[in-house]
Design a protein around this ligand. Sequence first.
Ligand code: ACO
Length: 370
Amino acid sequence: MSFVPGLEQVVVAETEVSFVDGENGRLVYRGEWAKDLSEGHSFEEVAYLLWNGHLPSAAELEVSQAVWSQQRELPQEIQAVLDAIPHETGMMSVLRTAVSALESQAYAYPPTVEQAAAITMKLPTIIAYRYHRLKGTTPVASRSDLGHTANYLYMLRGVEPSPVHVRALEAYLILLMEHGMNSSTFAARVIASTRSDIVSSLTGAIGALKGPLHGGAPSHVMNMLRGIGTKDQTEAWIRNKLESDGRLMGFGHRVYKTTDPRAVALRELALRLSASDPWLELAVHVEEVAIRLLEEYKPGKKLYTNVEFYAAAVMNAIEFEEELFTPTFAVTRTVGWSAHIIEAAQGRLIYPDAAYIGKLPAAAAGATTP
Ligand code: ACO
């Protein structure tokens, strides 16, 4: 048995949920191009696809939307949990705690599409409720006449959202809804494989997504752009970072050895939304310089822009505060996680091995192997 650090290229499951083609920069959800889905479909349609394996008919969509939109309200005890969490706790930790507190008989093993939908519907409400509490404003009740995306914006802002913002956020949510065997999905699948419940699996996944090497990167991208400040500082700033062995946030990917297709789609979206925004102009310039310098400092490593770089740009263009960036990623990735949880809950227990490199007890020390 050989040790593979980070499980790079180790196949740990067979899945029908999505295909990440890292060499060619392509992403498929259950037989459909993710980019095409993001341009012509709603959050609900793509969630239905990931959970059920096919896009819904008009009748299936109507029934699903009607059932799902009734599941947005938070139980009183979850509101009490949210109120009890100290104000300084970050939104991802709040989300993890609130999702964990949802656990009840309704979410007992085995995981189902109905359970997945009921939890997915509540994530925007958790975030919006907490957001208002922190600002000292009154939480806004959901509106069942609005789709999932529009309702999220409505609950945050308390006013009818602009169609441009709804479409941009919907495209963002669809592009980030699912992505193969990334770290948080793997965490979810490990927990599901023990026959634990869907709430436990999703709680673990949110904890994994929070990390700055995974879903926590976009606010670090913002910090980087703020640190660079102006186009003429870009090259010096990046050289300095790479010479001190630092990482450029929003660049590099375990699977993509070319530009992440989601970054391409989000860049197009950001440029459509706010082409003349000086901040976006800076981001495009930073991307060009960074790719050139990454090739110089890390030759042959194939480090390109990942989804997080332009996720920050799109979030910025629709006027989301940074504290909402990663939680909004979790709002949508819950769909992909739960599709995997349902799949993994029927599979074999995931229980890999480790090579022991520590000391042996004295009596066994003469032995050459443990
Ligand atoms: N900046 C500078 N160097 C980098 C970067 C980067 N962003 N990413 C990788 N490298 C270098 C490493 O220093 C290493 O070089 P070395 O071999 O000379 O030591 C080499 O490329 C390989 O790096 P690993 O860390 O082994 O690659 P891994 O596949 O484990 O990491 C990761 C992938 C975590 C995404 C990495 O590229 C990174 O840290 N990027 C910045 C954080 C980020 O943007 N995360 C979001 C990813 S997308 C998502 O999860 C939704």
